[in-house]
Design a protein around this ligand. Structure first.
Ligand code: MIG
Length: 590
């Protein structure tokens, strides 16, 4: 493997108050460039890479060539190709995908520059804000700006995106092994309760189609106190989880990170001494569902140990999956977002074991990272193949969790964005992702619901979910033409289940994305780089969904090779554009 790194490594000692090694990806195979205050220039196969200081910031410039295409940085509500755009990565709350300047929910400061000759992969291990300009201000430069001095910077040049991802997931860790049930059709609603309604929803689904998991949203708790169960709504949770499992359905509860401030609540008392603080030696509090909450300081080992033991105890109900929400973390006090809230005060304080005080702005992205890690560590002691679904994440979280794209809308625009988001997550090392089928916000009309199910048919994660105030979208409640269409989509997914499982294994072993953009498999074909409305499962199954409102047909690009339509098995010779009216256009390459 062709490994390049910044050769003149100068380990700066603590320069911004951040203890070194809080989350280091360096080891004997992966040396990092520690950007220092002096300018450095080095060459990467004819591509100049420069680091320089600008005020209190450090800047990194990478030459761009005319035929370079840039992808990655996880989720952003924008087209797939990143050229000519600017982004800031920091874990943050998103309200209805309206923030075009930032990546949303997660922070994945990793991207690839692809051309036909090679792929360069760049990773900035920055726990705070990191700004990326991909040729927007200077057309022939990638410009990365960080305000934190001792972050790690990795750069690697390989043959193609696959080599890059293998390298990147050796650096930051291989994806966890997803259990097969988590690849099935899953159902959710904010919220199914009490037990009797949840049971009848599940039974109705079983009678109609397939379902592998049902989610418990926040109303299962006692007053939104995490790690509690309202036993009037859910008497005998353990019995229910077992009964569901005997029907082939896993029960996945949501857990938020905010702990209700309440002296009579054991979880609140347990974390005392391990909360994020406010600078005046008292606990930093904010407002979320339970009212006033405090946040366990996950960057402290002692807080993680406590969290692990609580998760461990909670697993006694029999859960094999956990849904981690609001872990950017998301709050309500931030005035920039008005009464709807937003993000934690960047001046909130983390107090390390050795007394070092770090403002949240410098370590913000580590909150979801260490929450996922602690949850995973606790789960794997009790469950053979744990499953975590997270909303926020930082680079490396693929070791612990799958991710969904958060609060999308019931709209055609948001539906199309899901493809770019899921594909870029895969190119950022997160192979297991998907979206709320139907769209979270708003009312979903029947046609749009069908289209969502058809669009995402081979996405790694496949779950119907909806906000409380939205319309009901359980498939058995739909008129039969729509119900049958969705049943057909689910059937199609299960037809390809072996292939989903195989791709998941490949992801776990090598870090390859389960679903990929066309150029990933056909890098020599320049036509493929702009296509972000088609996707591949593995290297030979293509989905080209009908995502265009009021159009019942679409154009589809088939790269070089022999393609066979599914179903129908009609042979089409690629490289060609075709038009299809199928509800779920799928083509298999042989
Ligand atoms: O403030 O738990 O994205 O899936 O249903 C909203 C309630 C909190 C946001 C999640 C959504 C979930 C909802 N949560």
């Amino acid at each position: 493997m062709d490994l390049h790194y910044y050769k003149n490594e100068t380990d700066l000692e603590i320069t911004s108050g951040i203890p070194k090694g809080l989350l280091s990806f360096r080891d004997s195979n992966h040396r990092a460039a520690i950007l220092s205050e002096e300018s450095k220039i080095f060459e990467l196969n004819g591509r100049k890479v420069t680091s320089q200081r600008e005020g209190s910031n450090l800047k990194l410039l990478i030459d761009l060539k005319d035929d370079d295409h840039i992808f990655g940085l996880g989720e952003a509500p924008l087209r797939m190709r990143r050229n000519r755009a600017k982004f800031t990565t920091i874990t943050s709350t998103s309200w209805d995908y309206n923030d075009l300047k930032n990546t949303i929910y997660s922070a994945m400061p990793v991207f690839i520059i692809v051309n036909r000759a090679s792929t360069v992969c760049v990773m900035v291990n920055s726990f705070g804000k990191c700004d990326f300009d991909f040729g927007a201000e200077e057309y022939d430069k990638v410009r990365i700006t960080v305000s934190i001095k001792n972050m790690e910077f990795f750069i690697h040049e390989g043959k193609n995106p696959e080599e890059s991802l293998e390298w990147y997931t050796t650096l930051t860790g291989k994806p966890f092994e997803i259990p097969e049930w988590a690849l099935g059709h899953q159902i959710s609603r904010w919220s199914y309760f009490p037990r009797s309604s949840l049971e009848s929803v599940v039974q109705n689904y079983i009678d109609e189609s397939q379902v592998s998991a049902v989610y418990l949203d926040i109303d299962y708790m006692e007053g939104y106190r995490i790690f509690t169960i309202d036993d009037k709504r859910f008497p005998d949770m353990k019995g229910m989880v077992n009964e569901m499992r005997s029907k082939g359905v896993e029960v996945v509860p949501i857990i938020d990170p905010g702990v209700k401030v309440d002296q009579n609540y054991s979880v609140f008392k347990e974390f005392l001494g391990d909360y994020i603080e406010d600078g005046e030696s008292s606990i930093y509090t904010d407002y979320v569902w339970p009212g006033e909450v405090a946040f366990p300081d996950f960057i402290r080992k002692s807080a993680r140990k406590k969290w692990e033991s609580m998760v461990g105890k909670f697993l006694e109900y029999g859960f094999h999956g956990i849904w981690l929400d609001m872990n950017e973390p998301s709050t309500r006090k931030d005035s920039r977002y008005g009464s709807r809230g937003g993000n934690m005060d960047p001046e909130a304080l983390h107090i390390m074991d050795d007394g070092t005080r770090i403002e949240d702005a410098y370590v913000h992205n580590l909150f979801p990272y260490f929450e996922c890690q602690a949850t995973y560590e606790a789960m794997r002691r009790k469950v053979e193949k744990p499953f975590i679904l997270t909303r926020s994440a930082y680079a490396g979280c693929q070791k612990y969790a799958a991710i969904w794209t958060g609060d999308n809308k019931a709209s055609y625009d948001d539906m199309k964005l899901q493809i770019s988001m899921v594909l870029n997550l895969g190119l950022s090392g997160m192979p297991y992702s998907g979206c709320d089928l139907g769209g979270f916000w708003g009312d979903t009309d029947n046609e749009l619901l069908c289209r969502y199910y058809e669009m995402a048919v081979l996405f790694p994660f496949y779950r119907n979910h909806k906000i409380k105030a939205g319309n009901d979208q359980e498939i058995y409640k739909l008129p039969s033409i729509y119900r049958d269409r969705i049943k057909k989509a689910i059937e199609t997914r299960y037809h390809f289940m072996d292939r989903l499982i195989e791709s998941a294994r490949e992801a776990h072993k090598h870090g390859h994305p389960m679903v990929r953009p066309l150029f990933y498999n056909f890098p020599d074909d320049p036509e493929t780089y702009m296509i972000d409305d088609q996707y591949m499962l593995g290297s030979d199954i293509m989905v080209a969904p009908q995502i265009y409102e009021s159009a019942s047909a679409r154009n589809i690009y088939l790269p070089d090779g022999d393609w066979f339509s599914y179903p129908g098995n009609v042979r089409i010779e690629g490289k060609t554009w075709i038009t299809s009216q199928e509800k779920i256009p799928i083509f298999v390459k042989r």
